[in-house]
Design a protein around this ligand. Structure first.
Ligand code: AMP
Length: 398
């Protein structure tokens, strides 16, 4: 992945206070999305940025937004909506780092006591980062007043729509002043995102960095064909062969994640395994993410909603135990490794049953690459049909 450009942060029009904060954060050169998006956002224009997590997009929208709000005026001027609590917290921490105490920043997420969030708002918070559900709740209680808002950011807009936040997003946008700046970030640009953008944005400029870097090139990607009932043994075999420093294993369902966790924590007799999904209490989710970040976990079993957007640089392996239901999820999952802040190459291995050949083909078409078969020794991951009636054609692409 291209992580640097020939521009410097100074070339982007940022003020000296922001440049000092960027320097303190240890960023030397802007990433491509930062180089493209920052000047547009600073000019006050609406902007759609197509870039995945891990490319530096948080700073791309936060740096110009923070500069465009008035630090002397109390009250919410900037609202950032994110699909999950984890992502909100990540954006919150990154923003605090980048604001250098020049602004009051608050968080509005479910699973946390609402009263402390209300108190922070009463104390004059100027930027709020949160999930649509809690933001609506705060609006209903009249604790959050968006009348003085100047900028709204929709981060991971595609995922927010996927998990059913459309009515909440529309309600929030309707509560915002018409005269405002809207920035929309999305790894993919499906029709519902475009519709949302057309309806709520004014003549947005497009920044598309997705084409050549749909999946970063520091990731080696493979597929392996496997029978459903041999997946667990295959996973054991892959782990033995790869010896990952840290791996995330993605399942499609919460129950699937729990079942796999039970099986593996028993078999591997290890406390360095955890599962994370939307049904776990917030406290537990926080602990798991903390442990992962601290390197205490070697294996995290996760579903898409929670696994997405997690910014952890030490992940060496992504294993798609269940092939993702849609191609964009593949990109998001695999984006958990080979991240900007990681110096090592990552590996992604996708388990595919014979019946899922066409799903793999769709992913390959989306990432514009044909995945090689994962080399596995002394293991027959699926029972070959003795006399196949027809050949199983895996590739739809020539
Ligand atoms: P994001 O895509 O916003 O989740 O950022 C991914 C990671 O890259 C975070 O850990 C950031 O702190 C880091 N990062 C963002 N911008 C830069 C930059 N220009 N130089 C180095 N690291 C960066």
């Amino acid at each position: 992945m291209q992580t640097t450009t020939d521009k410097s942060f100074r070339d982007l029009g940022l003020d000296s206070g922001t440049l000092a904060a960027v320097h303190q954060a240890g960023y030397e050169t802007p990433s491509p999305i930062q180089a493209e998006l920052i000047p547009i956002a600073l000019s006050g224009r609406d902007c759609i940025g197509q870039a995945r997590t891990g490319t530096g997009k948080t700073a791309a929208f936060m740096l110009p937004s923070m500069e465009r709000i008035d630090p002397r005026r109390p009250g919410v001027q900037l609202l950032v909506l994110c699909p999950t609590r984890e992502l909100s917290e990540q954006v919150f921490h990154e923003s605090k780092k980048l604001s250098n105490n020049r602004l009051q920043i608050g968080i509005a997420v479910g699973g946390r006591p609402i009263h402390s969030q209300i108190r922070a708002l009463e104390n004059g918070v100027q930027a709020v980062i949160g999930t649509p559900g809690r933001v609506i709740d705060l609006l209903r209680r009249k604790a959050l007043d968006l009348r003085g808002l100047r900028i709204v950011v929709l981060d991971e807009a595609d995922r927010m729509l996927d998990i059913g936040f459309r009515p909440d997003i529309e309600r929030i946008l309707k509560a915002c002043p018409k005269k405002r700046q809207t920035l929309l970030l999305s790894a993919t640009m499906p029709e519902p995102v475009e519709r949302l953008a057309r309806r709520y944005m004014s003549d947005p400029e497009m920044v598309d960095l997705s084409e050549d870097s749909v999946v970063v090139d520091t990731i080696e990607q493979f597929y392996v064909t496997v029978d459903e009932d041999r997946k667990a043994s295959l996973l054991l075999r892959v782990l033995a062969q790869e010896k990952p420093s840290q791996a995330i294993v993605f399942t499609r369902t919460k129950r699937g994640a729990d079942r796999l966790f039970e099986k593996f924590s028993r078999r591997l007799k290890s406390s360095r395994i955890a599962a994370i999904h939307g049904d776990l209490p917030q406290r537990k989710r926080d602990r798991v993410i903390r442990d992962l970040r601290a390197g205490k976990l070697r294996l995290l079993i996760a579903t898409d909603v929670v696994g997405r957007g997690i910014d952890i640089s030490g992940i060496s392996h992504i294993i798609n135990y269940d092939i993702p239901e849609d191609c964009d999820d593949y990109i998001h999952r695999v984006g958990r490794t080979g991240r900007l802040s990681s110096s090592e190459n990552g590996r992604a291995i996708t388990f595919v049953t014979l019946a899922q050949g066409s799903e793999l083909t769709k992913i390959e078409m989306r990432i514009n690459a044909v995945l090689p078969r994962y080399p596995i020794q002394n293991f027959e991951p699926f029972r070959r049909p003795e006399r196949p009636k027809r050949r199983v054609r895996r590739f739809g692409m020539a």
